[in-house]
Design a protein around this ligand. Sequence first.
Ligand SMILES: [Zn+2]
Length: 423
Amino acid sequence: MGSHIECTKILGLEGYRVKEIMFDGTGNQARLRIRIERRGVRGHRCSGCLRRCWRIRDAKDRTWDDLPWAGYRVTLVYRQRRVQCMTCGIRTERMSFADSKARVTRRLRQLIGLDCQSMPTSHAAVRHGVSWGKARRAERAFLETWDISRPKRRPRHLGADEIQRGKGYRFWTVLSDLVRGEVWGLARDRTEASLEELLTNCLDARQRAVVQAVCTDMHKPYVNAVTHVLPKAEVVFDKFHVLQHASAALDEVRRKEFFRAGNVMRAVGRGKRWLLLRRWRTVRGSKRRELQELFAANRRLFKAYVLREQLDHLWTYKTRTGVLNFLLSWFKALRWQRLPEMERLGDFLLTHINGIAAFCDHAVRFGVVESVNATIKGVIRRARGMRDERFLLLKLKWATARPVRSARDYARFLDAEWLHSNR
Ligand SMILES: [Zn+2]
């Protein structure tokens, strides 16, 4: 073996030097076992209070997985002391390169954690030659350290939304920062209490004070929770949820028309449900012709479709009176059409006009709401049966915050200095 001084330099663990290097196994399983020792004698730090201690009780060999050297996986071996601390009693010595009880060094933990964000945990585990459990623990520690180190933002706009959990009638409530498009909190239900708890736990008093608007769907418990916890904030109804109600009304019209229709309508209308629910501007070419045929066969369906398309204009107004006037004229157009489903929709919109028109004062970014939802669904689908809620929340935070956007960000997560300052 070459000079240990050079090996110490390559290993690059501050305060430790290489004492011995052994080869272990051959081929794919080849490992380097590097025995390291503390440099200089300056006592040993107690893992409880971080103070230096000189009284050593006993010592035991411990191993940590570390970054590979060329083709070799690396195991660090160190004789870890147990110290007799004046304040804590018997404690193990604190290691500067690894968390207590961790089986991998902190820099390997960062690498595994970062990899786990773009590949399955099992894949990352194989790649770094560690067990699945080790990789999962490393990922968790990685995400937790990242989460703690983040600055506390004070967003103007929040979003509270429900996400379906599994196949049954079970939901998550998700709280997010709509200015930056990041998830903040996750609760198991969609009750008033769960959102209240989220709003009080995820935000401190200073953060709550600056919230101007909360974007939700028209779920009553959410509205109650917001008015209760954030009396100064206004509720803005999510555009896409409002339009979802409009599409549901249109679908209802379609079902009725199809039911009482003759042969012509049945022939034209069969299998057109999804086409009909699409927006006109997203329909192109032959599909557009199909829709036109359908409308030619049934005027009422056409009317309902146009009415739904017009609702888009609700969000183009700058004043609340503008919104109200538009809705009233929309009602007028509805008058002699005999479309009870659309009339019901109109009543529904009128009772929720405040939340819809609140958009004029608070320009909530609805696109962000949608993109956050899409990201959440993606993460949940990829995670399949993730039982650990806290872990899922960390994954969601990472996926929506997207902290790695450049080579510099990437390097920051692997940087040894940042890791030390973070401890
Ligand atoms: Zn101590």
